[in-house]
Design a protein around this ligand. Structure first.
Ligand SMILES: NC(=O)c1ccc[n+]([C@@H]2O[C@H](COP(=O)([O-])OP(=O)(O)OC[C@H]3O[C@@H](n4cnc5c(N)ncnc54)[C@H](OP(=O)(O)O)[C@@H]3O)[C@@H](O)[C@H]2O)c1
Length: 272
């Protein structure tokens, strides 16, 4: 597949006020893409827009709550209007939650599905007719490595990441031959606001599995892989081959996977 020249191809990114979304916005702008930045904290988005402008790029900040379909559709429209069309949408906004299946409340479960799953569809669906009409486009979905396994004490989060993964894979095949690419992104532990916000939201449960600090990656590394995928589309973006292969094994041999996860969980608890 030939490499796509990204210069002048606009991208709309949700969750661009911090972490992976912010780093991707900066990396995409460096590749010449005009960027529509979306999240709820407009002041943070404006800082990112200013940084992009200072580096010679183009960006607009737009407050969006991906939980709300109308707000999400308005965000996509703003991108189309601001730059005369969109080439890509990156559904990246999301958050984590810790807690056992027994203890996560219905309200917490509905809320995380609303943001991580519906928040993804809410921005993809309004962009799709535009992409199909132009016979070009690239849908990116920030799932996670945990989309492939139900992590103990993270089942609510894992299931939303699996939902994104499934939707992305199905769409990728449904849209073959239309000129619209669909890719899911599967980062491992990444140094963003994610962990602190997850702990705050979950009452700081300390027993859950955590990525050792030495294995955490930077959001810039994830952003680099995403921009490479925009240039040369692939179905799944992974930032760790070791994790990808390990998860393959855990899925192929579930009883070994259960044993391994139980052992990791026990060790995490012992370290507290
Ligand atoms: N960090 C990791 O270890 C890791 C690993 C794998 C996958 N991921 C995935 O990567 C994505 C980005 O996370 P991150 O690590 O960059 O975390 P982060 O720094 O906490 O960023 C999350 C972003 O989502 C936005 N957001 C949350 N709820 C929103 C809503 N209702 N409407 C609009 N924006 C909303 C936040 O902005 P506002 O608060 O300003 O709205 C923020 O910009 C998430 O989907 C996460 O699941 C993260």
């Amino acid at each position: 597949m030939p490499t796509t020249d990204l210069a002048g191809k606009p991208i709309a990114i949700t969750g661009a006020s911090s972490g992976i979304g912010r780093a991707t916005a900066i990396a995409a702008a460096r590749a010449g893409m005009p960027v529509v930045l979306g999240a709820r904290r407009l002041d943070k988005l404006q800082e990112v827009a200013d940084q992009i402008a200072a580096q010679g790029g183009r960006a607009v900040a737009h407050a969006v709550d991906v939980d709300d379909p109308e707000s999400s559709a308005a965000f996509v429209r703003r991108g189309i209007e601001a730059f005369g069309g969109l080439y890509s949408v990156f559904a990246n906004a999301g958050y984590g939650l810790e807690g056992s299946v027994q203890h996560v409340t219905d309200e917490q479960l509905r809320a995380i599905i609303q943001t991580n799953f519906w928040g993804t569809l809410n921005v993809i669906r309004p962009a799709l007719p535009h992409f199909l009409e132009r016979r070009q486009g690239h849908v990116l979905i920030c799932s996670s490595c945990v989309s492939k396994v139900g992590l103990p004490l993270h089942s609510a989060y894992s299931l939303t990441k699996a939902m994104q993964d499934h939707v992305g894979r199905a769409m990728r095949i449904e849209l073959l031959g239309t000129g619209v690419h669909v890719s899911t992104v599967h980062p491992i532990g990444t140094l963003t606001e994610f962990s602190a916000r997850t702990a705050d939201r979950s009452g700081g449960s300390r027993k859950a599995l955590r990525t050792p600090k030495s294995m955490m990656q930077t959001p810039e590394l994830v952003a680099d892989r995403i921009v490479s995928c925009l240039r040369k589309p692939i179905g799944e973006v992974w930032t760790s081959t070791k994790m990808r292969l390990s998860l393959g094994l855990l899925t192929a041999f579930p009883s070994v996977g259960d044993w391994y996860l139980a052992r990791r969980l026990r060790r995490s608890a012992e370290q507290e």
